[in-house]
Design a protein around this ligand. Sequence first.
Ligand code: MG
Length: 292
Amino acid sequence: MSSPAEPPALVPPRLIERCQAILRQRPAAVACDIDGTLSVIAATPGAAIITDDIRVSLARLASRLDVVAIVSGRSAPIASTMVGLPELVYIGNHGMERLHQDEIWQNPEAAAAITAIAAAAAAVDAAFAAEAGTGWLLVENKGVSATIHYRLAPDPIAAQALLLPVISAAAARHGLIVTEGRLIFELRPNVPINKGSAIADLVARHGLRGLLFLGDDLTDVDGFLALQALRAAGAIDGLAIGVLGVESHPRVRETMDAGIPGVSAAAALLAALGDGLDRPATESVAAADFPR
Ligand SMILES: [Mg+2]
């Protein structure tokens, strides 16, 4: 009986080698977004999970690297509960808060906007509470930001058009800004903090020389660009890895250094990265060699 054909690799071996070479440059870190990167996007945020294989890979990387960080739009405590590994650094709310070993820090300017966030989120909720056929709307107050989800809407394009003017008005009234993501809007404080500043802070704080950042959405593009700016300046070696799917925003593909097909490929990459970290570095491989 012939053996079944080998399935195609989810992650090209040369990309794994290149990532391993980056992680041999110490101090080194892996930073990952959660939703759409480490967890499959679920109908509601509470339904998303991180599988045990990814948890095991992250734990193994944390034991071999200087830092493993989660860089998420979720609140840091919720990100920490989802991942369940206290040894990781949790950068939540797009960089506005940080949780490490039970110590939580919030950017003071962002924390000053908590009341405004709550009021604007409540205003958006109230605007549609009495409107028939808007049961799909989910307003999630995350403290220093709020997410308005319309993934459950039967017509997401119509939902987006319905929501945007209301959310924009509420944001303007409370001195907040609006950002967009995969079938979500976010209300955020008007402070210059995003995943880009979070990545720059992570590099500075830990004196990193090697960094991989995995993300899937528009907010991760800020992180990609920050990593690439630090690499261009010679401060670090690193790769911005796009975790792609049918919903990927074009900016993710335009800005990433390499793309991998979805959460299962991210799981495969994280599993492979733990291997070979003890082996000597191989020749340098250019970022341009990888699929986009
Ligand atoms: Mg995401």
